[in-house]
Structure formats: C-alpha cells, structure tokens
Design a protein around this ligand. Sequence first.
Ligand code: HEC
Length: 127
Amino acid sequence: MKKIVLFLGVVGVFGSLFAADAQTLLEQNGCMACHNIMGKKTAPAFMGVARRNLRFEGANAKANIINSIKNGSKGKYRYFTNTQMPPFPNISATDLDTIATYILSLKPPKGARRGQGGGMGGGRGMM
Ligand code: HEC
C-alpha cells in the first residue's frame, strides 16, 4: 500500500511539471476531439482512465496506457463498447511517456479526495 501511495506521489509531481506539455500534445494529436479531462465525451474522461488503470493495472498502469494509445483500445470501458480508440502509431516514445504520466497524475491518491476540491481540483482550469 505504501508503495502505491509513493508511486502516486511521484506521478503527481511529474504530472504537474509536464502538465502544460502534455496538454499541448493531447490537443495537437486530436485526443480532445473524443476525450475530456473530466466528464464523458465520445470517449472516457482521462480522470476515469487514470482511476481504472490504477485500480486494475497497478504497476502496469503506465505501460498499459502507452500501449492503448499506440495500438488503440476497445471494450474496456462499458459506456463505450460501441466505439473504440484508434491507434496512434506515430507518437514518439517520449511523448507517449509524457501523456501517460499526465493522465495518471489526474487521479489523486486515495484519501486525498476530500480537501482537494472533492478530488476534482486537478482538473480545474485545465480546459
Ligand atoms: C475517435 C475518438 C478517439 C480519439 C481521437 C482518441 N481516443 Fe482515446 N479512447 C477512445 C475510446 C472510445 C476509448 C475507450 C476504449 C475502450 O473502451 O477500450 C479510449 C480510451 C483511451 C485510453 C484508455 C485505454 C486503457 O487501456 O485504459 C487512453 C489512455 C486514451 N484513450 C488516450 C488517448 C490519447 C492520448 C489520444 C490522442 C493521441 C486519444 N485517446 C484519442 C476514443 C478516442
């Protein structure tokens, strides 16, 4: 458990350092046409993506996110089973890393939900 909290902390720090960069990448690559940071669009919100991956993928969360961006994804999110995430094979490894780190930083560590604007503080002012 301690390890997970520590991991989230590290991710959080990097996430905020690279937030501006990551947001530019998300805009430039057209991700925001389907995704929102918070709240569903035609694809799951990145906050929900962070939550799901941290819960189900654990230490593999980042690798899984990178893989899904590169190769596409389908059938993981129940509200989006009639659509899919297209593959983006041309995004560089560095950029994929920046994007994945940022997405994971959107989920606050367990227990930090209250007192941080209900856990949604990370998304405020980002859009
Ligand atoms: C055409 C719409 C569309 C675009 C454009 C799009 N996505 Fe998605 N994305 C989706 C859908 C739909 C899902 C849900 C897939 C599923 O259920 O497995 C998804 C899922 C994801 C996931 C979660 C994958 C997982 O394994 O948990 C990530 C991360 C993601 N998208 C990142 C991105 C990034 C980064 C970009 C831009 C480079 C992008 N998406 C562009 C539609 C889109």
